[in-house]
Design a protein around this ligand. Structure first.
Ligand SMILES: Cc1ncc(COP(=O)(O)O)c(C=O)c1O
Length: 421
């Protein structure tokens, strides 16, 4: 009998094993072994098991609204996936049920200590009706790493992905036909132990909801202005910036609000005495400098624990690196490209802007894919950033075309994972 990877909150169970065979079970590196309190026997708790899925379809399916009426994150499909977990019995039966409210006691720990993590990914439908996800394995890995950071239970990512595909297949008619539309998929996990007190939760709930969404830029790219936030930090060394925790987002709202009050669309998270650029609102960040030999240097801050390891960031980097090395050429992108993961400061960006060496600056994320920036409000003045005629720069535009082609299926890619033909 084989049990898959799992990791439990430390101290929640009396016995834990990392690897090997135990009591006749083949165990992966973080299988959880516990001793039955009654019999003293060693047992392994069940992981998420797609074969146990129970589906209860809605009795009152809703007609999806016209695509033109969609507001991001406001409309949800007919069904949701729920899987509950307990430290005593592991992952329970996965269920697809009608989308609806959860019933939780006011004492539930998620309400008090923000023990909640989430993911964001999109399902795309091509003209022939084929539905795909883009690099969903990365979301599963990131969700497990977020879970581990806040002592929520981990799970087999392949098993959850299998169930997410089932949910998408059931609600695929909610993905609008129009170009640029998709289904935003939001896996979430919350601690559901109904008790006050901060410790690894004894109970948790994993749920997945889906929301049809439109293109981020329905009327062409519109570069945004950023306010360089120096009053607050999003993340710090040893903190939680590299994880997708609900707790990381609530404190950002004030900074965003203040940026908006000053007339900027987003805020730019700066860190440290040198005002290192880290992230743009809830996106990763790239800067392009012109180098002395006339090449373009595409720079993004390294994954130093303060940066969320974005799927889009990783994809932009992988495409740009393959282009620079000659492994895979992106049409329209200059050969003179250098790709760097290194710290970048406001002093460097400001100087490059003054010297005419700043080529472009953009954010990356699942929602917008690439979001060009045309100015940064910094210490009382605006640092100006060039943008191309249609809003995008000479490096981001070809990369965006390649990325979107792979997401939508017009460019074949192993990153595109089939949900249904
Ligand atoms: C803080 C933050 N940074 C970056 C990203 C971009 O990540 P991804 O490309 O995986 O959407 C997100 C969105 O998930 C985010 O919330």
């Amino acid at each position: 009998m084989s049990f898959r990877m799992r990791c439990m909150p430390s101290g929640s169970l009396p016995n834990r094993l990392k690897v090997g065979r135990y009591a006749g079970f083949t165990l992966r590196w973080n299988s959880t072994v516990t001793r039955d309190p009654m019999t003293g026997e060693f047992t392994a708790l069940p992981d998420i098991e797609p074969a146990r899925l129970q589906v209860q379809k809605t009795d009152s399916p809703r007609p999806p609204p016209p695509a033109s009426n969609l507001v991001f994150g406001h409309t949800f499909t007919d069904h949701m996936l729920t899987i509950s977990w307990s430290a005593r019995t592991g992952w329970d039966t996965p269920k697809i049920v009608p989308y609806g409210p959860l019933s939780l006691y006011p004492s539930t720990s998620v309400f008090h200590y923000a023990q909640t993590i989430f993911e964001g990914m999109k399902a795309y439908r091509d003209e022939k009706g084929k539905v795909t996800l883009f690099r969903p394995d990365m979301n599963m890995k990131r969700m497990n790493s977020s879970a581990q950071r806040v002592a929520l239970p981990t799970f087999n990512g392949d098993a959850l992905l299998h169930l997410i595909k089932e949910l998408i297949r059931l609600d695929k008619h909610w993905i609008p036909q129009q170009k640029g539309y998709s289904l935003y998929v939001r896996p979430t996990m919350i601690a559901t132990e109904a008790a006050i007190g901060i410790h690894p939760p004894a109970d948790a709930l994993l749920f997945v909801i889906c929301s049809p969404v439109g293109p981020y830029y329905p009327r062409g790219f519109k570069p945004v202005g950023l306010y360089g936030t120096t009053e607050y930090v999003r993340a710090a060394p040893g903190g939680t910036g590299a994880y997708k925790l609900g707790a990381n987002y609530a404190p950002c709202v004030v900074a965003q609000k203040e940026a908006a009050k000053l007339g900027y669309e987003q805020n730019l998270w700066l860190y440290g005495p040198e005002h290192n650029l880290t992230e743009v609102g809830t996106m990763n960040l790239f800067v392009v400098f012109k180098t002395e030999d006339g090449s373009a240097e595409l720079v993004t801050p390294p994954l130093d624990g303060m940066i969320l390891p974005g799927v889009t960031r990783d994809s932009v980097l992988a495409l740009a690196k393959d282009h620079a090395s000659g492994k895979y050429k992106i049409p329209g992108l200059s050969d003179k490209l250098v790709v760097s993961e290194r710290p970048v400061t406001m002093k460097e960006v400001k100087q490059a802007s003054q010297d005419g060496r700043l080529v472009e600056l953009f954010g990356t994320g699942t929602a917008a894919v690439i979001s060009p920036v045309d100015r940064i409000g910094y210490m009382g003045e605006d640092v100006l950033i060039p943008t191309g005629p249609d809003g995008m720069g000479p490096v981001s535009k070809p990369i965006w075309q390649e990325l979107v082609g792979r997401q939508m299926g017009s460019i074949p890619s192993e990153w595109s994972v089939l949900v249904t033909e």
